[in-house]
Design a binder for this molecule. Structure first.
Ligand SMILES: [Zn+2]
Length: 237
């Protein structure tokens, strides 16, 4: 394109700069849902772990209560036998009941051992639950802080994006229709960036040398060309 003012080229470069920044912001904003999802996953995992530990503790307490009830029941049996002892007529019956009482006592002693072991396990499970709760509380605080930072960054990005959009629209209104069309074509052919500088004969879009004659033409000013290699619009400063 010939007879194009320096000002027009600069407007186009400024417009592209806004678009590049908008693209970067869009990339950042698109990462946010994934990051927030990761946070939720960490918190959910912790909650599952806490539930497991609470269930383990409650199961142990249930076992403890069941041992306790067994002991009570066996003690009740002993009391009944002791009453029977007073009513027996023969030594043989007396000895039989004594033997039975001995057996029940030994049964109780076995259950008491289990009860003690169970109490140790309850203490350990209680401690494990407490530690997990502490860890969860501290982790949750850190995570919530991170989440708040992310959300405030996203808000800033969104506000900045709107400013850039407005600036881009304003610039677009100042650019000649023909130049704007060239820019759109270059963008769809070559991608972004669509307009690049040529420095010491090298296109900064593809890092290839452009023909000397084209370089000279660009140097004469007021002109834009397409790079013969990458097809981007090229200019010299
Ligand atoms: Zn190029």
């Amino acid at each position: 394109m010939e007879n194009i003012s320096r000002e027009q080229i600069e407007l186009l470069i400024a417009l592209q700069q806004r678009e590049t920044e908008i693209d970067k912001i869009d990339v950042e904003l698109s990462k946010l849902p994934v990051k927030l999802k990761e946070i939720e996953t960490v918190l959910n995992d912790f909650e599952v772990l806490l539930e497991e530990k609470k269930t383990a503790l409650s199961e142990l307490k249930k076992t403890y209560r069941s041992h306790d009830a067994d002991i009570q029941q066996h003690q009740g049996r002993i009391q009944k036998r002791e009453v029977q002892l007073h009513a027996v007529k023969t030594n043989k019956d007396y000895q039989a009941i004594l033997k039975e009482i001995g057996e029940i006592k030994s049964l109780i002693s076995g259950i008491e051992d289990q009860t003690l072991a169970c109490l140790d396990k309850i203490d350990a499970a209680d401690e494990a639950l407490r530690l997990t709760q502490e860890e969860f509380a501290s982790e949750e605080e850190k995570i919530r802080e991170k989440q708040a930072i992310m959300e405030s960054e996203a808000k800033a990005h969104t506000a900045r994006r709107q400013v850039l959009l407005d600036e881009r629209d304003h610039l677009a209104g100042l650019i000649d229709a023909e130049l704007s069309q060239l820019y759109q074509t270059s963008r769809s052919l070559a991608g972004k960036p669509a307009i690049v500088e040529v420095r010491t004969s090298v296109c900064l879009g593809c890092n290839m040398n452009i023909p000397p004659q084209m370089y000279n033409e660009l140097h004469r000013g007021n002109t834009l060309r397409n790079c013969p290699h990458c097809h981007r619009l090229i200019y010299v400063i």
